[in-house]
Design a protein around this ligand. Structure first.
Ligand code: NAI
Ligand code: MG
Length: 378
């Protein structure tokens, strides 16, 4: 029996291709693992009415970690129209498989390292090295939404909230409500994860991102919990910043920042901003991490217009595999994958189209596999 059982979830479009390239690297590395394929994505929605079938959920309950490519998703009505006829009109509602995985397995940390590798023509500035911790289960993504609002809710809000008065007399189809829900537990544990990471990796500073001066209830709670956690880590400097301001400051001087931690939506935004500074979608890797399971993925989607062409950049997925190796405790292997990736980028001979080259997805996988340093040597 192998040491690890890894769920292998390629999904749709270029997800399949970047995962194939990543397997070339993992196989060359010799990780002692069984990779177990899991069905996920658009085909399973169309044919079975579920983009994350129960058998895949069962598989995820029995593995050490998962690698996930990308999926296609579409708005509710378009999704319904693509169901096989037998499943239409049954009230099936499309739900994003990645959001469901995060909720089902309580993958509360979304970890997004954004490191600029030397020689990448897409670097915004050289030597950027930021790490974003995004809360992954609550906030505006809690899914508590109303459009239109039910009458009982309108009546209650009228009674309890003065600011609601300006909306109260609008026709109910003229507005919608999405609830931002942040818990003490959710805030505390993501901030703790960020500080523990900073401590473990010798990072100097943690920046807490919020908008507590305006969004007082939820972001106020987040900031209060964050400050309590910060006080437990006297060795690590911290500051806080408003979400709008941090966008400007990060662009102006990314070197003033190190580790950033934020509630779900703000974390989503700053992680895309930071990823773009180090090469964009072909480089943005991410880990969805809980107490028992980690699901590692590139942040990009299925890019339908490139599907089947084998031209997408697999580096984001290969770096996600590096994150998985680190999380499994295989630090030497993780470091070897990173060293090989950095070497291929620095050499500049193999470049996919987004980097200004014409190399194919699998060429990049092979080039990185060929550059893997020997075990223990890097
Ligand atoms: P996308 O990320 O799939 O692609 C946008 C564009 O970015 C592509 O057309 C391509 O030009 C570029 N790109 C993306 N990945 C690249 C790579 N590895 N190498 C080089 N260039 C790359 O976003 P889009 O087009 O908005 O969404 C396509 C589908 O993917 C949609 O159905 C969307 O819902 C879904 N999606 C899924 C995600 C996931 O599985 N986690 C995340 C984002 C979108
Ligand atoms: Mg995003």
């Amino acid at each position: 029996m192998s040491k690890y059982r890894i769920a292998w979830l390629p999904g749709d479009g270029i997800g399949v291709e970047v995962m194939e390239a990543t397997r070339i690297v993992l196989d060359a590395l010799g990780l002692d693992a069984d990779y177990v394929h899991g069905d996920i994505g658009w085909d399973f929605w169309c044919k079975e009415g579920d983009a994350l079938p129960q058998r895949t959920i069962d598989l995820l309950g029995k593995v050490h970690a998962a690698m996930f490519g990308a999926i296609t998703s579409k708005p509710v009505k378009a999704a319904e129209a693509e169901l096989v006829p037998a499943l239409r009109g049954k009230g099936l509602v499309y739900r994003s498989p990645i959001v469901r995985m995060r909720q089902l397995f309580d993958l509360y940390v979304c970890l997004r390292p954004c490191k600029g590798y030397a020689g990448n023509p897409l670097n915004y500035k050289e030597k950027i090295d930021l790490v974003v911790f995004r809360e992954n289960t609550e906030d505006l993504y809690a899914g508590v939404e109303f459009a239109p609002l039910p009458k009982e809710l309108i009546d209650t809000l009228k009674k309890l909230s003065k600011p609601f008065g300006v909306f109260a007399d609008l026709p109910p189809d003229q507005y919608a409500l999405s609830c931002k829900i942040n818990t003490k537990k959710g805030s505390e544990r993501i901030v703790r994860a960020a500080f523990e990471f900073a401590k473990l990796h010798g990072r100097k500073k943690v920046t807490i991102v919020h908008k507590a001066n305006v969004v007082r209830a939820t972001d106020g709670l987040f900031l209060e919990e964050a400050k309590k956690v910060a006080a437990e880590f006297p060795g690590i400097e911290w500051d806080d910043a408003n979400i709008d301001a941090i966008g400007m400051w990060l662009l102006k001087n990314p070197f003033n920042y190190d580790v950033l931690v934020a509630p779900n939506l703000y974390g989503d935004i700053i992680s895309d901003l930071c990823a773009q500074m180090v090469g964009g979608l072909g480089f943005g890797c991410s880990g969805n991490i809980g107490k028992k399971l980690g699901v590692f993925e590139p942040t990009h989607g299925s890019a339908p217009k490139h599907a089947g062409l084998y031209k997408a950049n697999p580096i984001a997925t290969i770096l996600a595999a590096k994150m998985m190796l680190d999380w499994l405790g295989e630090k030497d292997m993780g470091a070897r994958v990173e060293a090989a990736t950095a070497a291929v980028i620095a050499e500049g001979k193999v470049r996919t189209y987004d980097m200004g080259g014409s190399s194919k997805t699998l060429d990049m996988g092979r080039a990185i596999a060929d550059k893997l340093p020997k075990a223990g040597k890097r």
